[in-house]
Design a protein around this ligand. Structure first.
Ligand code: HEC
Length: 128
């Protein structure tokens, strides 16, 4: 009798344990899938942006509409930092991440299509 009940308890324990391992594995799998899909989308966006040959003039207009409140009308800095020679400190990929990522509040993340992002990059490159 006692042997029987102890094996039953053992079996329950094993089942419980397997269930937890199974669930953890599932959760992990979902996390990885989301990460890879996101990463893939981001890379696609960056590649598309870098393929466009943007216009500094259009970028200037875009900058005046979205960025001057914080970076100043001549991009010399206000709440946000001076952006002259930013392209010497950050590469294009890093700038794209800065503008679209929203990782450094109070700067918001901008949803901006590849063509306009490329225009902005051209404008930032035109600042000495
Ligand atoms: C609400 C204010 C705000 C707006 C609007 C804003 N920024 Fe910023 N930006 C900041 C702040 C603050 C930082 C500094 C973040 C930090 O690193 O702590 C920053 C940092 C940056 C940097 C990195 C500078 C560096 O020295 O590393 C770039 C590039 C930049 N902004 C570009 C832009 C562009 C382009 C726009 C418009 C599309 C924009 N920002 C709009 C506030 C703003």
């Amino acid at each position: 009798m006692s042997t029987f009940s102890s094996t039953a308890a053992e079996r329950d324990f094993k089942r419980g344990f397997l269930k937890i391992v199974f669930i953890l594995f599932g959760v992990l799998l979902i996390c990885f899938s989301i990460f890879f899909v996101n990463n893939h989308e981001n890379n696609k966006y960056i590649i598309e942006t870098l393929e466009v040959n943007g216009s500094a003039e259009d970028g200037d207009a875009l900058f005046k509409m979205n960025c001057v409140g914080c970076h100043g009308i001549t991009a010399r800095g206000l709440v946000g930092p001076d952006l002259h020679s930013i392209t010497k400190r950050l590469n294009d990929k890093q700038i794209i991440k800065q503008v679209t990522g929203g990782l450094t509040p109070p700067m918001p993340s901008f949803e901006i299509d590849p063509v306009n992002m490329s225009n902005l990059l051209k404008y930032l490159h035109s600042l000495e």
